[in-house]
Design a protein around this ligand. Structure first.
Ligand code: ATP
Ligand code: MG
Length: 285
């Protein structure tokens, strides 16, 4: 039995979702946008292309076994599925924004105001948690124009760069959710499909890990090698090889993107030269 995965048909998650499958070595020969379903040529996977709003329901109902969807949509729909893995793309935040000139002092500012949003459930939970009474006005798109046309006093919408807010004379005042794309699975997946999912997950994790890590090579005088090794974490411990020039060694290791620049500075300060940094395609730990 093939594992069925639901991904967004078109939109902000489509490309990264297809790319992730490709990085897992899965060949969607005819997975062009526009198709409704396709089968992988070299992995027991069938792909369904859907509106992102529908993915939680399809996965809850086991029409799709697994799916890729934003946490924002997942929470808003309130469906019962298993969250399997955060995927590191589709990052955005759900935020409150008010007209630029307003003096927003905190959630209480929203009392008795009208807030336009496509996320009534998440916003409602936020208001309840903060004991604020406000009117939620649900609209399905173009939320950012609501204050300008007199439909609402504030909005609650997805933001990534903030430029849409700026263009509409709004300022972000409160982040109520940070979201990214996640892999979800239906409850009670069969043993056979769970095995396929685990195989896929193993590949996803290898691709994800590789993205966060770089392979680094450098040259160092032998008397500095010990200090340099202390800076480099490495998967086990760094590889040290003698150079043709006596008194020098070549050091190889893997470093994490997060503290990448700090490490490079530390290496230079300790006499490292000819530092090369190369991307890693897959990492199997
Ligand atoms: P669909 O037609 O599938 O319903 P949509 O218009 O609802 O698509 P998109 O705008 O394509 O949705 O966004 C899909 C998801 O991408 C969002 O739910 C969110 O998780 C994520 N996302 C990332 N950045 C942003 C952003 N700046 N604005 C909106 N969504 C974002
Ligand atoms: Mg949608």
């Amino acid at each position: 039995m093939k594992l069925k995965i639901a991904i967004q048909k078109s939109g902000r998650l489509f490309e990264d979702s297809v790319k992730l499958l490709k990085e897992c070595g899965i060949d969607l020969n005819n997975g062009k946008s526009g198709a409704l379903r396709t089968e992988a040529a070299n992995f027991p996977l069938e792909v369904l292309f859907l509106r992102d709003d529908d993915i939680p329901q399809y996965v809850e109902d086991a029409v799709a076994d697994i799916g890729i969807v934003g946490e924002n949509v997942l929470l808003e729909k309130g469906k019962t599925v298993n969250k399997v893995e955060r995927l590191g793309f589709g990052k955005c935040r759900l935020a409150i924004a008010v007209p630029k000139g307003e003096d927003y002092s905190g959630p209480n500012w929203l009392s008795n105001k009208k807030i336009a949003t496509s996320y009534p459930r998440i916003l409602g939970d936020f208001l309840k948690k903060n004991k604020v009474n406000a009117e939620i006005h649900e609209i399905s798109g173009s939320v950012e124009i609501a204050p300008g046309i007199g439909l609402a006093d504030a909005i609650c919408d997805l933001v990534s760069s903030g430029s849409t807010l700026f263009m509409n004379g709004l300022k972000e005042t409160e982040v109520i959710l940070r979201s990214e794309a996640v892999l979800v699975a239906t409850k009670g997946l069969s043993e056979e499909k769970t095995a396929t999912l685990n195989k896929l997950l193993f590949r996803i994790q290898a691709a994800k890990k590789a993205k966060h890590n770089k392979y680094i090579l450098l040259n160092a005088p032998n008397d500095k090698v010990e200090d340099i090794i202390k800076i480099l974490p490495g998967m086990k411990s760094p590889t040290v090889l003698p150079l043709a020039t006596s008194g020098w060694s070549s050091v190889h290791s893997v470093v994490q993107e997060d503290d990448f620049w700090n490490i490079i500075e530390g290496l230079k300060a300790n006499g490292a030269q000819g530092i090369l940094v190369v991307p890693i395609e897959k990492m199997i730990m």
